[in-house]
Design a protein around this ligand. Structure first.
Ligand SMILES: [Zn+2]
Length: 426
């Protein structure tokens, strides 16, 4: 039966019917994910070597995979391309071009495990028949080794899409040019402090169908990406409603997402943000997995073309970034200076774990919204004996009841003790 022979009254019902028939819910996907999660990735800090040691043994030809090296990083680590599927639509997915953005690399490990472990699953079969997947997990293994954003040469690979000065960017571009993928997934993490729109809620996941030029026009290529992003948004809505956002769509002529779109690959940017208490982004690993498989399914069954694009366009933009911690109202004793009553703001390298803090501001921050606030009114704040108190100093100080700093009440030595963290982190 085709739509054209249906009477118009039935035709009106079709979008809803087909949505029910084709759409797998977030709950279904989450249940699938629980059974396919790769063990050994419980910390969000891991090396590329560790990731491949876990994943590579499962990527055999018998299980439908082909693995090739497509280059090496500045420090000589292998960059690998994993191919799976026999379908006509090619999809390129790459993760962790920023070395400290590891969430989607965990999700891609789980994706490969699912594809390999469940070859007879009808959804896996549909993906295999319709798509050919090309994965480049951990594009920046040198950055991952240090858990830092940039590559070993100090370059932000996502600002190197035009210059192609780094071996990592060249490898990704060469692969794109060779396989000419119709779709792309550009997988990142963003700061957990971002709020969704004007709300107080942290953005759990932000999506973007990047513009292809400064005009931000929606041509066919970008339109397809918007359809995929809208389908992902709809799928995630029940679990993450209010915590989904859209990235700012200013054109960046040096960024891969934007240029992929320009080169003809309908690309969706996904940024895993933060959920309080999800210190190693294990919940976000699952949501990201759901986003990826829902997006792939929508590409495989053509559903993206029917998606209600308002599910994407109506998302709030990423709002302001809330700093991690504010110690408010203490009398601050700087070395050799007159004490003053003021506020001290701290941001942490591992924001969700409140680890490796640095002082990010000192002054009247009473109007500042923050992720976590400690009211230190009536207390005295001193640097630890070998530490400094100033903007960009390591956050190493303590609170005392007395001005001389003898009666110590609380100490912050870089990491915030778990018992001091917000309730969600316990
Ligand atoms: Zn990034």
């Amino acid at each position: 039966m085709t739509r054209s022979v249906l009477p118009c009254c039935l035709l009106a019902l079709l979008p809803a019917l087909s949505a029910n028939a084709q759409t797998t819910t977030a709950n279904d996907w989450q249940a699938l994910h629980a059974g396919t999660r790769v063990a050994g990735l419980e910390s969000r800090v891991f090396t590329a070597e560790h990731w491949w040691q876990l994943v590579l043994p499962g990527l055999t030809a018998e299980r439908g995979f082909a693995v090739e090296q497509i280059g090496h990083s500045a420090e000589g680590r292998p960059l690998r391309h994993v191919q799976w599927g026999n379908g006509p639509t090619h999809v390129l997915l790459w993760s962790q071009m920023h070395g400290d953005e590891s969430t989607a690399s965990m999700s891609l490990a789980d994706l490969l495990a699912w594809l390999g472990n469940a070859p007879d699953d009808s959804q896996v079969d549909q993906l295999r028949q319709q798509l050919t997947l090309h994965l480049v997990p951990i594009l920046n293994p040198d950055g991952a080794a240090r858990f830092e954003r940039r590559n070993a040469q100090g370059i932000d690979i996502n600002r190197d899409a035009a210059a192609l000065a780094t071996p990592e960017a060249r490898a990704l571009k060469a692969l794109r040019d060779r396989i000419q993928p119709a779709f792309g997934f550009n997988l990142h993490d963003q700061r957990p402090g971002y709020r969704a729109g004007n709300s107080d809620l942290p953005t759990a996941i932000a999506l973007l169908a990047p513009p292809m030029d400064a005009s931000r026009q929606v041509n066919e290529v970008r339109g397809r990406a918007i359809g995929v992003a809208a389908h992902i948004s709809t799928t995630l809505q029940p679990a993450l409603g209010g915590r989904l956002a859209r990235w700012d769509d200013s054109f960046n002529p040096r960024a891969f997402g934007d240029l992929m779109q320009q080169w003809g690959t309908s690309t969706v940017l996904l940024e895993a943000g933060g959920i309080e208490g999800d210190t190693d982004k294990q919940q976000l690993r699952q949501h990201t997995w759901v986003a990826i498989v829902a997006g792939l399914q929508a590409i495989a069954d053509g559903h993206h073309a029917e998606a209600d694009t308002r599910a994407y366009t109506d998302l709030p933009e990423n709002g302001v970034v809330w700093p991690d911690l504010l110690i408010s109202g203490a009398t601050v004793h700087g070395q050799g200076l007159a004490p003053l009553r003021t506020d001290v703001q701290v941001n942490f390298r591992h924001a969700l774990r409140f680890e490796q803090g640095r002082i990010s501001d000192i002054g009247d921050l009473s109007a500042q919204a923050v992720r976590h606030r400690i009211d230190a009114s009536g207390l005295h704040l001193h640097a630890l004996p070998d530490a400094q108190l100033g903007p960009d100093s390591a956050a190493r100080f303590y609170l005392s009841r007395d001005a001389a700093g003898k009666d110590v009440l609380w100490t912050l030595d870089g990491d915030l003790p778990l018992a001091q963290q917000p309730a969600g982190n316990h």
